[in-house]
Ligand binder design. Structure first.
Ligand code: DAT
Ligand code: MG
Length: 154
């Protein structure tokens, strides 16, 4: 068990559902540390999803991610990175509906478009650090405190 921070993002197709999604965030026991609503430019979206450059879906993903505002949230909580990924559900909405019907992607994503899956979550400590810095470059975060004294997991 470790306190972590992770980067959550509500994507353009789900921004109108952000109150319902934020209710899930609260009910799951996350603390919202920071929030920012922003429209990504093309270069910003390309940087954020840089690991997918060259893939078949890359250009439509960038198109979609710049089509409207997103809501970026820093979430904190016990094992926040894994916990949030579990609450999201599988990447593919059609799969999420089969395997995790209560998940956010199953409830709010588009089963006919694999890019429009409503929400993002960091997949590791390294990507959480990078993605938090991407959306909140000016933020200096205090180390997360644990039972064994001050220790920064993220
Ligand atoms: P995740 O967001 O679950 O970490 P990922 O990192 O593999 O998934 O992909 C990033 C985003 O790209 C994903 O949320 C939606 C989009 N995407 C992934 N695979 C896709 C595909 N086969 N077709 C269209 N969009 C896709
Ligand atoms: Mg990913």
């Amino acid at each position: 068990d470790k306190i972590q921070r992770t980067l959550a993002m509500i994507k353009p197709d789900a921004i109108d559902n952000s109150p319902d999604i934020e209710k899930v965030i609260m009910d799951e026991g996350f603390t919202v540390v920071e929030r920012r609503r922003v429209r990504l430019t093309r270069p910003e979206a390309e940087e954020f999803y840089g690991e997918h450059r060259g893939k078949s879906f890359y250009s439509s993903l960038i198109e979609y991610m710049t089509s409207g505002e997103v809501l970026a949230l820093i979430l904190a909580g016990d094992d926040a990175i894994t916990h949030w990924r579990k609450v999201l559900g599988p990447t593919q909405v059609s799969r999420a509906r089969e395997e995790a019907p209560e998940s956010i992607r199953a409830r709010f994503g588009d089963p006919d478009n694999d890019s429009n899956n409503a929400v993002h979550g960091s997949d590791s400590v390294t990507s959480a650090q990078r993605e938090i810095k991407f959306f909140f470059p000016d933020l200096t975060l205090e180390p997360v405190l644990t039972g064994e004294g001050a220790k920064e997991y993220l």
